[in-house]
Design a protein around this ligand. Sequence first.
Ligand SMILES: [Zn+2]
Length: 254
Amino acid sequence: MYIFDSHAHYDDCSFDEDREKLIEELKNNNVIGVLNCGSSLEGAVSSVDLSETYDFFYAAVGIHPEHADEVNDNTIYKIRELAKSPKVKAIGEIGLDYYWDQNPPKEVQKETFIKQMKLAKELNLPVVIHDRDAHKDTLDIMKMFPEVIGVVHCFSGSVEFARECLSLGYYIGFTGVVTFKNAKKILDVAKVVPDDKILVETDCPYMAPTPFRGERNRSDYIKHIIEKMAEIRNMSEEEIGNQVISNVRKLLKI
Ligand SMILES: [Zn+2]
């Protein structure tokens, strides 16, 4: 089975000691694609670097809501410049995160999110959306840009919210959370999303699936997510594996 990880952070410092060796191992373990998503300007630069170093790496460039207060016109200018690299396939990760109290104020997050949605529209690139405890406001901003599509990564909403995202043309990103023992809401979502809108992702180094829960995550662990998705949806692993690869290629135009 081949694997395309639609959301990873190999620029994270937890990979500093063995990044090169690990990426080589991924290649040998049938990982044929990785979308490395920047969270900060520095992370976006590193994502582009990784995509230029490894042929199976692609980059998303954008500022995560936790850094929303660091964004000014110059930041947007720099993201736009980075997006000129042919390996940049999306703007992300961008969005809203109301979970952490120490995050920038909601209004600041929204403003930064909107600026980057505008950029995605201008550049005709899909977006990688981070939404934590902010479903309604996230959806409102997605609706302001009907021309833009993308993925709602590490999806954490209800079936109803998933349907709203799907109706706007968005894909739904599933992480190792589907393998967790206490998973319930996400399994309901995983049952109803149409085949052609499913993406799988690690969000590594976080979110490692069972049986690696709590450890550092890596793209070859996606096979455990695919196993679970196949079980939930009554499909073979091969079918779902092929389907998610064709989906991510379509979204990212690879
Ligand atoms: Zn992420």
